[in-house]
Design a protein around this ligand. Sequence first.
Ligand SMILES: Cc1cc2nc3c(=O)[nH]c(=O)nc-3n(C[C@H](O)[C@H](O)[C@H](O)COP(=O)(O)OP(=O)(O)OC[C@H]3O[C@@H](n4cnc5c(N)ncnc54)[C@H](O)[C@@H]3O)c2cc1C
Length: 102
Amino acid sequence: MPIEVDVAILGGGPGGYTAAVRAAQAGRSVAVIERDKLGGTCLHRGCIPSKSLLRSAEVFATIGDAAAYGVAMPKGKPLSIGRLSLPAKIISLSSSIGAYSL
Ligand SMILES: Cc1cc2nc3c(=O)[nH]c(=O)nc-3n(C[C@H](O)[C@H](O)[C@H](O)COP(=O)(O)OP(=O)(O)OC[C@H]3O[C@@H](n4cnc5c(N)ncnc54)[C@H](O)[C@@H]3O)c2cc1C
């Protein structure tokens, strides 16, 4: 079914959704057309997940260097980075819920 709006915005990244909010604030009807996830690169792959991954890497490096800080690590279990992306996914999910509520 065709819809008619004052402003159609292609892409629901930070550029798109802020333009949509601004147009709506100016009293225009707006449609955001997004082919993937609302929030774009910044929320799902760029700014937010990358900072979370960097922090995870920092924690990993600090743990590996624990002895230098006088902290004894249990022996026999190697450090794992297998679930490194989990915090990034959680942060990205909660950010995208925020974007949908704009
Ligand atoms: C690793 C990384 C780290 C970053 N860190 C930072 C940071 O710390 N701080 C910062 O300010 N910036 C950072 N950036 C840059 C930031 O992500 C971008 O500046 C920002 O995402 C640009 O927003 P945008 O809306 O222009 O584009 P995008 O976020 O790329 O959004 C474009 C959207 O358009 C959609 N789209 C494209 N074509 C179509 C189509 N034909 N039909 C429908 N939808 C379409 C895409 O699916 C996407 O969701 C980082 C980028 C990367 C890659």
